[in-house]
Ligand binder design. Sequence first.
Ligand code: FES
Length: 277
Amino acid sequence: MDSDEIALLEHTWFPVARADDLRDRVLPANLLGRSLVVYRGPAGVMVAEALCPHRGVDLTEAAVRKGLLECPLHGWRFDGEGACVYKPKRRPGGALPRQRLVTYPAIEAYGHIWSCLSPTTRTPPRLAGWGGPGWSYGCAKPVQLTGGLVRLVDLFRSPPLTPPMPDRDDPTLLRWPVDEPTGETTYQVTVPACASAQARTPDGGHWLIADFAAPITAEADRVRRFRVVGARGTGAASPPPQPAPAGAPPVADHYREAFARAYRELAFSGPILEEAV
Ligand code: FES
């Protein structure tokens, strides 16, 4: 990837952990070569660099105490903004350390915790039809793949040879509606890192499967794939849509085109410009 593409990825939301894995623990995560920790604080999910600002201790061994992240070496505790708000054996009236933990924005969506390394006006990918009454979902165990984002999207390819239908309002969305025996299935790629398929079956069922890829190395040549499957209704007899079988035509060219559009959209969207280039 060139520097423009990496800049786009730094301003993009990616999943870093499954929400169910979090509980009361500190989870390690990686994004674009940065080592992170994910945990739940009083205000919700938190993502921070896995490096204590005091002596550089690895915080993947940290604990969460009273909603604060506690370093395993000297016990300093950091709040959700990264400020040290507790230091053991501090003299009465003594100042708190000024070193700050690097933190990143974090949200919960589609059963996963998402984060973004640089300020952005973008949002996580939108999965139309997700949620609502009767909707249930489960998240697969994340797996790591070599080959980067394009490889993931290419594996999740649409069976027909027809070109994708770009979304009128969002040029970073590519869609392939396909008539299948179980109803219409729509394959969708949301650049840069989400591939999904969903179907509404004649018996009223609705299935959705989505793969999200998070680049874990600085060059984005290795990704962690997160997968969620959701369903509603009576479609028990109908199988959920599956990624198309091997041998289908690649979508990499469409993907690269949409990636370039996404970068242009980001680079010209105001205050991000100075940071992105
Ligand atoms: S190294 Fe973390 S508090 Fe000292």
